[in-house]
Design a protein around this ligand. Structure first.
Ligand SMILES: [Zn+2]
Length: 277
């Protein structure tokens, strides 16, 4: 049996998307409970190999999976929230391509519909699109049905653009409670490294936060809506490469790290590692 390793934001880190301590505790306890459940019948990643379907929306074709994890390397998943942004997201995509790095974009439904070409480009270039709600509300203020609507509308918006099944959800602010976990059909993905890019708006500071917190299996939080994040990404990827990290999507990281296990609906990941024992 594996146990999801929860890596919380260290004391003193900023809390851009971070939930409060009460919610953190709740998430940790719930996840520990979930790992005792062995059913894999609802594993949303079982069909991962087929999720990039041959036919996209309209005449657009979703490519087959482009990335492969190198098992000899350390891995880190890079995630970008709150986009797409018409200026910053293309820059982020350009820089990722330069380093042959891949990332997960947790998009907002009410922005995704404005930039279908960016959603297509993400998938075309081997990245992953995740669901970050329709309009970024605090899920703790919503009923279970309202949460389902936020997620469902976003999935539908993405489906208008590409024939692609979104499997990962990141709640706004990383806010998790029982209603959220019950409302989500797939794994819930938060992060272990908060770059605080929204707060510092400083490329050097973003790099230093990564350097301070990253480890094998980490999930890094950034936002593709701030020019300063794109400004800092080059150095982050350069440094991660020097340290021997392969930069991959969250889905690939989880699949690699928990390949002998299964993730369940509503299960929470902050990073992904095999249990120490
Ligand atoms: Zn967000």
């Amino acid at each position: 049996m594996f146990v999801v390793l929860l890596v919380m934001c260290v004391a003193g880190a900023c809390n851009s998307e971070q939930l409060n301590m009460q919610t953190n505790s709740s998430a940790e306890g719930k996840t520990a409970d979930n790992t005792t459940i062995s059913s894999s019948s609802n594993d949303p990643r079982e069909n991962r190999g087929n999720q990039r379907k041959e036919e996209g929306a309209g005449d657009w074709t979703v490519p087959k999976k482009l990335t492969a994890l190198d098992p000899k390397k350390k891995h880190v998943a890079l995630s970008f929230d709150d986009g797409p942004h018409h200026l910053v997201t293309p820059r982020v995509l350009d820089i990722l391509a330069k380093y042959n790095a891949h990332a997960t974009f947790f998009v907002l439904g009410n922005r995704a519909g404005d930039y279908p070409e960016l959603i297509r480009r993400m998938i075309q270039e081997g990245h992953e699109v995740g669901n970050h709600s329709w309009s970024h509300p605090r899920f703790s203020d919503l009923s279970q049905q309202e949460i389902k609507t936020q997620i469902g509308k976003t999935d539908q918006e993405i489906a208008k653009t590409v024939n692609y099944d979104v499997s990962l959800v990141r709640p706004p602010y990383g806010e998790i409670n029982d209603r959220v976990q019950s409302a989500v059909d797939g794994p819930i993905v938060n992060w272990s490294v908060d770059t605080c890019d929204w707060k510092s708006r400083n490329p050097q500071s973003i790099l230093e936060e990564v350097q301070r917190q990253v480890e094998d299996g980490a999930i890094i939080l950034m936002h593709d809506i701030y020019p300063s994040t794109a400004d800092g990404l080059d150095k982050v990827l350069d440094w991660l490469g020097e340290q021997g990290y392969q930069v991959v999507t969250v889905g690939d990281l989880l699949e690699f790290s928990t390949e002998a296990n299964s993730s369940k609906a509503g299960e929470v990941f902050f990073s992904s590692k095999k249990a120490a024992s």
